[in-house]
Every structure is written in structure tokens, then in C-alpha cells.
Design a binder for this molecule. Structure first.
Ligand code: MN
Length: 192
């Protein structure tokens, strides 16, 4: 594994943006004990709708905001903006982030599952800006590629390879329910 900064340092940016006395989001102080190769995609209606793709690596969730969401359509390339690492206990976060707080809006666990890769060192692949992972989720499956568009750039491209799991015309908005609760974003807000 790559020698990266310790988890505490990697989460400093995440914590600095949030007031944990107000937001219901986890502070990252109590991560679940089992480490693994999980991924999660959260559908987050903030100022603008986006999907947050997170890959578990080296004790954190490496994260990208995908405005139009991931798709199984192998002919589509999606912008994916790399954002700060999130704590592991964000993995199953679903709920309402208060208005005025960072990321204020509502979040559902849109998909979750596990990732695998030919190269074990996912952090090195992220550092190199060239990530190839096979996802096994409830909605997403098959080989996804994340490629950084320029050196030091936050903008990446997300695409699905032409493999057996590719589906032409597949739209994430046609699959709006949480895999955790079965609820839509609207229903999570209504449950308050
Ligand atoms: Mn988000």
C-alpha cells in the first residue's frame, strides 16, 4: 500500500467544512470496524443535484461528485469532480443536511457494493489519475474508469467500459430509490 497521510489528516478538510453540532452527518470519529473494498453512490440534492461516488481506500472514502450521475451506458462520459475524502462512517449516511450548512440538502444511499481491481493499490491509481475498478452493486456493475483530465486538476471523467454489464441508454434517474431504505429523496425529506 502507498504511504499516505494518516486518516486523521486526510479528514481535516472534511471536518473543517462542517459544524457537527448542527449537521446530522458523521464526524468520522467512529468508523465501522471492518475495513474492505466497499463503494457507495449517494444521490445528493444540494444547491444542484449530483451523485457522490465514493471508493473505500486506506481507511477513508475517496470521493467524486458526478453532476449527471454514473451510467451503465458505455458510450457516455460523465464529468466527475474530485472532492475531499470522507470518513468511513459516511458509507451509509442518508438524511437531511440542514440548509445553510455545507452541502445542505438531502441524501440517499443510491447504490452500494464492493469494488475490485487488477492492481491492488487503488490509492496509487488515484494519485496517478487513472482508476479502473469493477463494481458489484445493486444498480451498478462492471468495469468503470475514472481518468483525471489534467495534472493537479479536480476534474475527472467517469465512464463505463463496453463489457457484459454495459446497458445502452441507462439513466440513473430511472432508478431513484435508496438501496438502504427503499425511499426516494422526497420521502427521506418527508420523514424528516
Ligand atoms: Mn455531495
Amino acid at each position: 500500500m502507498t504511504e499516505g497521510p494518516p486518516t486523521e489528516d486526510r479528514l481535516a478538510r472534511y471536518r473543517a467544512k462542517r459544524d457537527f453540532s448542527i449537521t446530522a452527518e458523521p464526524s468520522g470519529t467512529d468508523p465501522p470496524p471492518e475495513a474492505g473494498r466497499r463503494f457507495v453512490v449517494q444521490r445528493h440534492r444540494a444547491r444542484r443535484l449530483h451523485y457522490d461516488l465514493r471508493l473505500e481506500v486506506d481507511g477513508v472514502l475517496a470521493s467524486w461528485a458526478v453532476p449527471k450521475g454514473p451510467t451503465l451506458d458505455a458510450d457516455v462520459r460523465r464529468l466527475a469532480v474530485q472532492v475531499e475524502d470522507h470518513p468511513l462512517d459516511y458509507f451509509d449516511f442518508e438524511g437531511v443536511i440542514a440548509a445553510g450548512e455545507y452541502g445542505g440538502g438531502d441524501v440517499i444511499v443510491w447504490d452500494w457494493g464492493t469494488w475490485s481491481a487488477d492492481d491492488d493499490d487503488l490509492q496509487a491509481a488515484i494519485d496517478a489519475g487513472d482508476v479502473h475498478v469493477d463494481l458489484v452493486g445493486e444498480k451498478l456493475a462492471g468495469r468503470f474508469v475514472l481518468v483525471r483530465r489534467g495534472r493537479g486538476d479536480k476534474d475527472w471523467l467517469l465512464l463505463h467500459k463496453h463489457d457484459d454489464d454495459a446497458v445502452e441508454g441507462w439513466d440513473p434517474e430511472d432508478h431513484p430509490r435508496s438501496v438502504k431504505s427503499g425511499l426516494t429523496n422526497d420521502e427521506v425529506v418527508a420523514e424528516g
